[in-house]
Ligand binder design. Sequence first.
Ligand SMILES: Nc1ncnc2c1ncn2[C@@H]1O[C@H](COP(=O)(O)OP(=O)(O)O)[C@@H](O)[C@H]1O
Ligand SMILES: [Mg+2]
Length: 410
Amino acid sequence: MAKNHLIGLVLGTEEDWPSAFESIVRRLNGPIDHDGESHALLTERVTYEPFDLRAIPRHALVIDRLAHWYTLSREWLKKVALMDDVYLLNNPFTFQAMTKHSAYCAMMRLGLKVPETWMVPHKVPPDDPRFPDMSKRYNLPFDLQQVAAQVGYPLFMKPFDGGAWVGVTRISDPQQLGANYDESGERLMHLQAAVDGFDVFARSLSIGAETLVVHFDPDRPMYDRYQVTHDFLTPELGAEVIAIGTLINAFFRWEFNSCETLIKNGEVYPIDYANAAPDLALTSLHYYFPWAIKSLVKWSVFCTVTDRKMRIDQDMDRYFAIGDDPDLSYEEKLGRYQAMAEDYFETERYHEFCGKHLPEIDEVTVEYIASPEFDALLVDTVRSTFPESEQPQFVEHYRGLLGAWVTDQA
Ligand SMILES: Nc1ncnc2c1ncn2[C@@H]1O[C@H](COP(=O)(O)OP(=O)(O)O)[C@@H](O)[C@H]1O
Ligand SMILES: [Mg+2]
């Protein structure tokens, strides 16, 4: 009898990647034999309802794309992590605690080239009756222009805990700074030196032990930001971007995250990497969508079948010991972090496992992407994303990109 592993999907409104994920799992060739046992994978969409804190969940692993905005699911995830050892992508204990600000701080200490960043007090203070008295005693008057002068223009003003470009502005002079600060209201903001005139924007998407680095163009509309170009980085820079992404993920225990780096004159500047539960939409990822779904399936199978344990506790001191060592160069630090990250993700064992137990996954994914089943999903996704008049053009656009991916796999 095969041992069943149930993979739960915690979802909001999306239909594209969950359908693709379910189809690929269904198309895999039967149970997997590992360590003398036979393992079968099943998927199920998690529904939200009252729950007994002592209830025992049926899931072995849960992939979450909802908990960042729906607290019921978030608290259910915390319960199943703490009480039931359910494996989570991602672990809410880490990503809830880790704003962009905390991630900047940790990565600065580890020696990454985070641009100069300052935090400034709220323009409009928190609405609390105790604030005026506290503030009179302890809030020092400050000169915003002076802070900006230390950071240097141009700079970016952005929320310390932001996402999705909300409230992010590029500021080129003191007048604009004043106006944008006034608009920031109750949001706590960073001022960050701009990496201006960068050569490349590289966005890396990480799923478990794998990271894909894509050339990203932030000035294009949403559907056209991921560029289908290869060799846009030298092998050394490509490896550095991957090392940075895997370090961040291993450090925070994020297994499903994206990292944004700007590359200028051969230096890699990470600017945004607390993006746990990243966008997986077919309409954003297009050519890279099959890679993402396949990697998600592989990592889920690896974790459940090998009974990998999720680690809730972090291991920051071991990383800081390297970051704090004045005798190590940037390159030496990255090398050491990478070894620790590969150890954390069991990278070698993962690749061996996939070679041995999922040899058909590449072929299964190509067959699925080339199938009428996937084409129907593509058409539905375009219909639910774009206005009617633009749908025919976008259906062809995405068919072209996914067709090119299928051709490139041959
Ligand atoms: N220091 C910077 N230098 C250059 N561009 C930046 C910098 N910070 C942010 N940006 C631009 O602003 C965008 C949004 O900022 P980001 O830090 O990624 O916030 P969010 O979490 O909202 O995505 C980035 O994708 C990039 O195009
Ligand atoms: Mg960003």
